[in-house]
Write a protein that binds this ligand. Sequence first.
Ligand SMILES: Cc1cc2nc3c(=O)[nH]c(=O)nc-3n(C[C@H](O)[C@H](O)[C@H](O)COP(=O)(O)O)c2cc1C
Length: 210
Amino acid sequence: MPEFTPLFMDQLHDLFRWRRDVRHFRRDPVPEPVLDELLRVACLAPSVGLSEPWRFVRVDDPRRRDAVRQDFTRCNADALSDRTGADALRYARLKLAGLDDAPHHIAVLSHPEPAQGRGLGRGTMPQTTTWSTVMAIHTFWLAATAVGVGVGWVSIIDPERVRAILDVDPTLELVAYLCVGYPAEVASTPELERRGWERRAPERREWIRR
Ligand SMILES: Cc1cc2nc3c(=O)[nH]c(=O)nc-3n(C[C@H](O)[C@H](O)[C@H](O)COP(=O)(O)O)c2cc1C
Protein backbone atom coordinates (compact mmCIF):
# COMPACT_ATOMS: atom_id res chain seq x y z
CA MET A 1 0.00 0.00 0.00
CA PRO A 2 1.54 3.35 -0.95
CA GLU A 3 1.84 6.04 1.69
CA PHE A 4 -0.60 8.91 1.15
CA THR A 5 1.13 12.05 2.36
CA PRO A 6 -0.64 15.00 4.03
CA LEU A 7 0.08 17.00 0.85
CA PHE A 8 -1.60 14.34 -1.25
CA MET A 9 -4.60 14.31 1.11
CA ASP A 10 -4.93 18.10 0.80
CA GLN A 11 -4.84 17.79 -2.97
CA LEU A 12 -7.34 14.94 -2.90
CA HIS A 13 -9.75 17.09 -0.90
CA ASP A 14 -9.20 19.90 -3.42
CA LEU A 15 -10.10 17.44 -6.15
CA PHE A 16 -13.39 16.61 -4.40
CA ARG A 17 -14.10 20.32 -3.94
CA TRP A 18 -13.25 21.28 -7.53
CA ARG A 19 -14.99 18.41 -9.32
CA ARG A 20 -17.80 20.08 -11.24
CA ASP A 21 -20.66 19.06 -13.45
CA VAL A 22 -19.56 20.75 -16.69
CA ARG A 23 -22.01 22.09 -19.28
CA HIS A 24 -19.72 24.47 -21.21
CA PHE A 25 -17.01 22.75 -23.23
CA ARG A 26 -14.20 23.62 -25.56
CA ARG A 27 -14.53 21.73 -28.80
CA ASP A 28 -11.00 20.31 -29.02
CA PRO A 29 -10.95 16.57 -28.34
CA VAL A 30 -9.32 14.86 -25.40
CA PRO A 31 -6.42 12.71 -26.68
CA GLU A 32 -7.50 9.08 -27.05
CA PRO A 33 -4.81 7.69 -24.68
CA VAL A 34 -6.08 10.05 -21.97
CA LEU A 35 -9.70 8.97 -22.46
CA ASP A 36 -8.69 5.32 -22.55
CA GLU A 37 -6.80 5.67 -19.30
CA LEU A 38 -9.75 7.42 -17.62
CA LEU A 39 -12.11 4.62 -18.65
CA ARG A 40 -9.61 2.07 -17.39
CA VAL A 41 -9.39 3.86 -14.02
CA ALA A 42 -13.21 3.99 -13.85
CA CYS A 43 -13.20 0.21 -13.92
CA LEU A 44 -11.26 0.13 -10.63
CA ALA A 45 -14.51 1.07 -8.87
CA PRO A 46 -16.03 -1.29 -6.32
CA SER A 47 -18.93 -3.44 -7.50
CA VAL A 48 -21.39 -5.80 -5.88
CA GLY A 49 -19.95 -9.33 -5.86
CA LEU A 50 -17.13 -8.02 -8.09
CA SER A 51 -19.68 -8.10 -10.89
CA GLU A 52 -18.31 -5.01 -12.74
CA PRO A 53 -21.71 -4.48 -14.40
CA TRP A 54 -20.82 -1.18 -16.12
CA ARG A 55 -20.75 -0.91 -19.90
CA PHE A 56 -19.27 2.29 -21.34
CA VAL A 57 -20.44 3.17 -24.85
CA ARG A 58 -18.54 5.81 -26.81
CA VAL A 59 -21.14 7.57 -28.95
CA ASP A 60 -19.28 8.83 -32.03
CA ASP A 61 -21.92 8.57 -34.77
CA PRO A 62 -23.16 12.13 -35.46
CA ARG A 63 -26.69 10.86 -36.26
CA ARG A 64 -26.98 9.08 -32.95
CA ARG A 65 -25.58 12.10 -31.10
CA ASP A 66 -28.06 14.32 -32.85
CA ALA A 67 -30.93 12.00 -31.95
CA VAL A 68 -29.87 12.08 -28.26
CA ARG A 69 -29.65 15.89 -28.44
CA GLN A 70 -33.21 16.01 -29.80
CA ASP A 71 -34.38 13.68 -27.06
CA PHE A 72 -32.84 15.99 -24.46
CA THR A 73 -34.55 19.01 -26.06
CA ARG A 74 -37.89 17.23 -25.94
CA CYS A 75 -37.50 16.05 -22.31
CA ASN A 76 -36.24 19.45 -21.21
CA ALA A 77 -39.25 21.15 -22.83
CA ASP A 78 -41.53 18.70 -21.00
CA ALA A 79 -39.75 19.47 -17.72
CA LEU A 80 -40.18 23.18 -18.36
CA SER A 81 -43.89 22.80 -19.14
CA ASP A 82 -44.40 21.15 -15.72
CA ARG A 83 -43.33 24.43 -14.09
CA THR A 84 -45.14 27.73 -13.92
CA GLY A 85 -44.49 31.41 -13.30
CA ALA A 86 -41.15 32.54 -11.90
CA ASP A 87 -40.08 28.92 -11.38
CA ALA A 88 -40.48 28.22 -15.12
CA LEU A 89 -38.57 31.39 -15.99
CA ARG A 90 -35.69 30.42 -13.74
CA TYR A 91 -35.65 26.87 -15.12
CA ALA A 92 -35.64 28.16 -18.72
CA ARG A 93 -32.50 30.20 -18.02
CA LEU A 94 -30.48 27.15 -16.93
CA LYS A 95 -28.12 25.31 -19.22
CA LEU A 96 -28.60 21.67 -18.36
CA ALA A 97 -26.39 19.90 -20.89
CA GLY A 98 -23.29 20.50 -22.96
CA LEU A 99 -24.37 18.15 -25.74
CA ASP A 100 -23.68 20.62 -28.56
CA ASP A 101 -20.06 21.41 -27.78
CA ALA A 102 -18.71 18.41 -25.86
CA PRO A 103 -16.30 16.58 -28.16
CA HIS A 104 -17.08 13.20 -26.56
CA HIS A 105 -20.36 11.58 -25.60
CA ILE A 106 -20.24 8.49 -23.39
CA ALA A 107 -23.34 6.52 -22.44
CA VAL A 108 -23.00 4.40 -19.34
CA LEU A 109 -25.15 1.32 -19.13
CA SER A 110 -25.44 -1.34 -16.49
CA HIS A 111 -26.05 -5.06 -16.70
CA PRO A 112 -28.90 -5.85 -14.27
CA GLU A 113 -28.03 -9.55 -14.03
CA PRO A 114 -24.37 -10.00 -14.86
CA ALA A 115 -22.96 -13.52 -14.86
CA GLN A 116 -19.78 -12.08 -13.34
CA GLY A 117 -20.08 -11.94 -9.56
CA ARG A 118 -22.34 -15.01 -9.54
CA GLY A 119 -25.20 -13.12 -7.92
CA LEU A 120 -23.31 -12.41 -4.71
CA GLY A 121 -24.76 -9.48 -2.73
CA ARG A 122 -27.73 -8.69 -4.90
CA GLY A 123 -30.27 -11.28 -3.71
CA THR A 124 -32.05 -8.83 -1.41
CA MET A 125 -30.89 -5.62 -3.13
CA PRO A 126 -30.92 -6.10 -6.90
CA GLN A 127 -30.35 -2.34 -7.43
CA THR A 128 -26.77 -2.82 -6.27
CA THR A 129 -25.68 -3.42 -9.88
CA THR A 130 -26.89 0.09 -10.79
CA TRP A 131 -25.17 1.54 -7.75
CA SER A 132 -21.94 -0.21 -8.74
CA THR A 133 -22.15 1.46 -12.15
CA VAL A 134 -22.66 4.83 -10.46
CA MET A 135 -19.46 4.16 -8.49
CA ALA A 136 -17.61 3.68 -11.78
CA ILE A 137 -19.07 6.94 -13.11
CA HIS A 138 -17.92 8.81 -10.04
CA THR A 139 -14.46 7.29 -10.29
CA PHE A 140 -14.30 8.37 -13.94
CA TRP A 141 -15.54 11.86 -12.99
CA LEU A 142 -12.86 12.36 -10.33
CA ALA A 143 -10.05 10.91 -12.44
CA ALA A 144 -11.11 13.19 -15.32
CA THR A 145 -11.15 16.25 -13.07
CA ALA A 146 -7.63 15.43 -11.89
CA VAL A 147 -6.31 15.74 -15.47
CA GLY A 148 -8.38 18.82 -16.35
CA VAL A 149 -11.08 16.96 -18.27
CA GLY A 150 -14.68 17.99 -17.60
CA VAL A 151 -17.67 15.68 -17.29
CA GLY A 152 -21.36 16.61 -17.44
CA TRP A 153 -24.04 14.11 -16.48
CA VAL A 154 -27.22 14.37 -18.57
CA SER A 155 -30.28 12.68 -17.11
CA ILE A 156 -32.96 14.77 -18.81
CA ILE A 157 -33.45 12.12 -21.47
CA ASP A 158 -35.79 9.20 -21.93
CA PRO A 159 -33.72 6.09 -21.08
CA GLU A 160 -35.74 3.73 -23.27
CA ARG A 161 -35.58 6.01 -26.30
CA VAL A 162 -31.87 6.68 -25.84
CA ARG A 163 -31.15 2.98 -25.48
CA ALA A 164 -32.97 2.42 -28.77
CA ILE A 165 -30.97 5.25 -30.42
CA LEU A 166 -27.76 3.55 -29.29
CA ASP A 167 -29.01 0.17 -30.50
CA VAL A 168 -27.47 -1.70 -27.58
CA ASP A 169 -28.52 -4.90 -25.83
CA PRO A 170 -32.08 -4.14 -24.62
CA THR A 171 -31.46 -5.87 -21.30
CA LEU A 172 -28.91 -3.17 -20.36
CA GLU A 173 -30.10 -0.29 -18.19
CA LEU A 174 -29.12 3.25 -19.18
CA VAL A 175 -27.62 4.88 -16.09
CA ALA A 176 -26.00 8.04 -17.46
CA TYR A 177 -25.25 9.97 -20.59
CA LEU A 178 -21.98 11.86 -20.14
CA CYS A 179 -20.62 14.85 -22.01
CA VAL A 180 -16.83 14.85 -21.84
CA GLY A 181 -14.22 17.40 -22.91
CA TYR A 182 -12.10 20.28 -21.70
CA PRO A 183 -14.18 22.78 -19.69
CA ALA A 184 -14.62 26.27 -21.11
CA GLU A 185 -14.59 27.61 -17.54
CA VAL A 186 -13.62 26.34 -14.10
CA ALA A 187 -15.35 27.11 -10.84
CA SER A 188 -15.18 26.06 -7.23
CA THR A 189 -18.96 26.12 -6.80
CA PRO A 190 -21.73 24.25 -8.64
CA GLU A 191 -23.20 26.06 -11.64
CA LEU A 192 -26.71 25.68 -10.17
CA GLU A 193 -25.49 27.60 -7.13
CA ARG A 194 -23.84 30.30 -9.24
CA ARG A 195 -27.09 30.75 -11.18
CA GLY A 196 -29.18 31.04 -8.02
CA TRP A 197 -31.12 27.79 -8.53
CA GLU A 198 -30.00 25.90 -5.44
CA ARG A 199 -27.32 26.06 -2.78
CA ARG A 200 -25.23 23.41 -1.15
CA ALA A 201 -26.54 22.58 2.32
CA PRO A 202 -24.42 24.17 5.05
CA GLU A 203 -21.69 21.93 6.32
CA ARG A 204 -23.42 19.56 8.69
CA ARG A 205 -21.70 18.84 11.97
CA GLU A 206 -24.48 16.78 13.52
CA TRP A 207 -25.09 13.28 12.24
CA ILE A 208 -28.01 11.03 12.93
CA ARG A 209 -27.03 8.47 15.53
CA ARG A 210 -28.97 5.48 16.67
C1 LIG B 1 -27.49 11.40 -11.13
C2 LIG B 1 -27.17 12.79 -11.63
C3 LIG B 1 -27.89 13.32 -12.68
C4 LIG B 1 -27.62 14.62 -13.14
N1 LIG B 1 -28.30 15.11 -14.22
C5 LIG B 1 -27.99 16.35 -14.69
C6 LIG B 1 -28.63 16.88 -15.86
O1 LIG B 1 -29.44 16.23 -16.51
N2 LIG B 1 -28.28 18.10 -16.27
C7 LIG B 1 -27.36 18.86 -15.58
O2 LIG B 1 -27.08 19.99 -16.00
N3 LIG B 1 -26.75 18.40 -14.49
C8 LIG B 1 -27.03 17.16 -14.04
N4 LIG B 1 -26.38 16.67 -12.95
C9 LIG B 1 -25.36 17.50 -12.27
C10 LIG B 1 -25.87 18.15 -11.01
O3 LIG B 1 -26.72 19.21 -11.31
C11 LIG B 1 -24.65 18.64 -10.22
O4 LIG B 1 -23.89 17.53 -9.84
C12 LIG B 1 -25.03 19.44 -8.98
O5 LIG B 1 -25.66 20.63 -9.36
C13 LIG B 1 -23.79 19.79 -8.14
O6 LIG B 1 -22.86 20.47 -8.95
P1 LIG B 1 -21.38 19.93 -9.11
O7 LIG B 1 -21.46 18.53 -9.69
O8 LIG B 1 -20.71 20.89 -10.05
O9 LIG B 1 -20.77 19.92 -7.75
C14 LIG B 1 -26.63 15.39 -12.49
C15 LIG B 1 -25.90 14.83 -11.43
C16 LIG B 1 -26.17 13.55 -11.00
C17 LIG B 1 -25.35 12.97 -9.87
